[in-house]
Design a protein around this ligand. Structure first.
Ligand code: SF4
Length: 417
């Protein structure tokens, strides 16, 4: 047995990992239970500020993208995609959308969570991609459920004041729509409490990610992919803060005790794009066998930070809606080249990155579109070796492990040369 395999086994048996599975399972069970007891159910895009729903007495939310990622991680991505394709949806559409449509129109069969409870309101968001608006429109047409699309401008530089105001106005519309439809009153103090808890949770999240700076790294990006799930099921809750605090504490303890995911680490890599959900175990294990660790990922370091930044944007205790509006562009997809480059440059320096893996994603065109230019910048301006591999984040039928590893091994050779 290789030393990395032995230590990896020990690393995986931490309390946070076990607690994560229980937490996610409980979150989905709770969602189904509350929906069946009459809660107002919203389906939201990943970026929609879920903390707002904490301002209502009895509103629950589900994130179809997150549910699709879970299905892909559990191995049911292809069967659910095929169902959507059988209904006539193209294989070129984002695999999250195909998984979700396959789940929704087949009564939740083949989903590890038995699907999602039927929504009362759909809330999409344009700042990641326009496909998502079309995807939610499918349910609007099929079920007659109202669909509210938040129009969030892309950002090629820091958010402009007029964009901030535009977003704030739309939050007002969102709140009054839910009040009208659900008959519940929005309470700003309750929302403030949710925002405070999310801000605390993001701080702990960044503390967990900070162990990627240790040599050898205390984490892998694959840990961060798995551990981001409750941000989409438990946002704005005390249990989310507690979970990430425990996760960061345990990681600190492991580092102190010399337990590392890749103890014989020779190559420290950065991943750019959505997680390859169907490959987490395989890819991390095979890389570890080569002495390589993908320690960091743009997909997870952007969480809780302003556009182009790394450190969390902390809530000042004042207007919770303003904090949420300011953070609407935290994900990488709406960022222009300069913002993407700024954050990546910061992480390369902080975490002593040797090479960057640009994962060109067949599904997520908006994440992948600028990668060629970004790769040129990282290679030529920073002198960091890079490689591009082809993936699909949730449809394993569009991924070739051997082709990807031929390129990954070439990257390691370039770094070693
Ligand atoms: S294309 Fe990308 S941003 Fe759009 S829904 Fe799919 S994964 Fe999300």
């Amino acid at each position: 047995m290789m030393p990395s395999e032995k230590t990896q086994g020990a690393f995986k048996k931490n309390t946070s990992g076990k607690r994560l599975s229980t937490m996610i399972m409980n979150d989905y069970l709770d969602l189904h239970r509350r929906a069946s007891e009459g809660a107002f159910v919203v389906w939201i895009a990943i970026i929609v500020p879920a903390e707002l729903f904490g301002g209502f007495e009895n509103v629950v939310y589900a994130v179809p993208e997150s549910h699709a990622a879970l299905c892909a991680g559990k191995g049911t991505g292809p069967v659910l995609c095929e169902k959507a394709e059988g209904f006539g949806y193209s294989t070129d559409l984002c695999s999250y959308a195909r998984i979700d449509i396959g789940t929704a129109f087949d009564g939740g069969r083949d989903s590890p969570t038995f699907g999602l409870p039927r929504p009362d309101l759909l809330i999409s968001n344009t700042n990641n991609c326009s496909l998502l608006v079309k995807w939610f429109d499918v349910y609007h047409r099929a079920w007659g459920v109202p669909h509210l699309a938040l129009d969030i401008p892309f950002c090629y530089e820091n958010q402009k004041e007029r964009d901030f105001r535009y977003i704030m106005d739309q939050f007002g519309t969102l709140i009054s729509t839910i009040e009208e439809m659900s008959g519940q009153r929005f309470d700003l103090d309750r929302a403030r409490e949710s925002v405070q808890l999310s801000s605390e949770a993001f701080k702990e999240w960044k503390r967990f990610l900070s162990f990627a700076a240790h040599r050898p790294s205390g984490i892998t990006a694959f840990d961060s992919f798995v551990q981001m799930a409750p941000i989409l099921t438990s946002r704005g809750t005390r249990r989310l803060v507690d979970h990430y605090r425990l996760l960061a504490d345990e990681t600190a303890e492991q580092v102190k005790n010399g337990i590392f995911p890749v103890p014989d680490e020779r190559y420290r890599l950065l991943w750019d794009n959505i997680a390859p959900w169907h490959q987490l175990r395989k890819m991390s294990g095979r890389l570890a066998g080569l002495g390589a660790n993908i320690t960091s990922a743009s997909y997870t370091y952007c969480i809780g930070a302003l556009e182009g930044e790394y450190d969390p944007y902390e809530f000042d205790g004042n207007d919770p809606l303003a904090w949420l509006a300011r953070l609407q562009n935290f994900s990488v997809c709406p960022h222009g080249l300069n913002l993407r480059g700024k954050a990546m440059n910061e992480v390369i320096g902080r975490n002593a990155i040797d090479g960057v893996v640009f994962a060109s994603n067949r599904s997520c065109k908006v994440y992948s579109l600028m990668q060629m230019d970004q790769m040129r910048y990282i290679r030529e301006e920073l002198g960091i070796p890079c490689v591009m591999i082809d993936v699909d984040h949730a449809d394993v039928r569009k991924y070739s492990e051997e082709t990807a590893f031929t390129r990954l091994e070439a990257l390691l050779e370039m770094i070693g040369a």
